[in-house]
Design a protein around this ligand. Sequence first.
Ligand code: SF4
Length: 375
Amino acid sequence: MSRRLLDDQDALSAFRARLLAWYRQNKRQTSWRDSGNPYHVWISEVMLQQTRVDQMAPYFERFIRAFPTLQSLAAASEDQVLKVWEGLGYYARARNMHEAAKRMAFELGGRIPDTYQGLIELPGVGQYTAAAISSIAFDRDHPVLDGNVTRVLCRLLRIEEEPTRAQVKARLIAAGEALLARGEAGDFNQAMMELGARVCTPQSPFCPTCPVGGWCRARAELDDPASLPRKVSRKQKPHYQVAAGLIRKGDELLIAQRPAEGMLGGLWEFPGGKQEPGESLPECLVREIREELGIEIEVGARLTSVDHAYSHFSITLHAFAARYVCGTPEALGCAAWRWIAPEALDDFALPRADRLIVEFMRECAQQMELFGEKK
Ligand code: SF4
């Protein structure tokens, strides 16, 4: 039965009916998809591009409270959007979403496009997101291909090649098209994603309880269905040492805004940068502050160090107390700079590693006498 699935109309109909019945009985309630509100579907799908459902849920609720409509999001400043997004990471998603909101509000009649083509032309919307929004919010017939669906398809069809290869991806998209329950694409896509998330899991698929196990080649033919999909051989990520300064002038601290383009673009941080070979961390900090802001500082004690992993590398961020000595700050290697009262740090969107430093320093504030509110 399994070999003929894609070519057998009866088998396809039975597969769709079984999967949809399982989904409708077992689906988890989600405020973003169940509402049927295209704005909610769009926001949630952008968040889900890099974040798991359970992690994303509280951020979604917070975001919708802050920006309940497309128009309110379009009217917000980028700083406000980044601040509400803070903690979700991959900040390009937030900047693109904000750009897309402005385009929809001011150029596209204040509505979210209801077609795949209209959606994919928006900033930050790729094939997966356009297919997910068009099918879930508007029941358009487009199959989604995210990590969960890719895993299910590789196992169902016993696809042994790495799914990241272009040829294999094309085969997966064609399989998704063939399997899709037309007219019920929203539920069908969610059913495939839910199957991957809850039954056909990465390490331990629950094959005996799988609603479509009767059509699955990996289950029928392999000792270990979890051996699919084939893993891409990954290079080890580089690790960098980074120094940052909590630079004081009187009661104020200096913060700098990262350039809009690039990683963590538009976020504010304690200035500093990557250690070069042969230099100590304090030397690194003095050099970075000179290059980034054109001022001289005196570096004091190391306050704390935090580890943080990004998608392609990881860092240890070492935070140093530092004292402003001379010079007028200029935005040489950053977008902007400000002297602020330490309490005002909460008004700025900070990267996760810098936020950890703030939390650590607040815990230690009485001893360090650094943060004004606890003096
Ligand atoms: S039978 Fe097992 S491997 Fe096949 S789709 Fe179901 S859970 Fe996945």
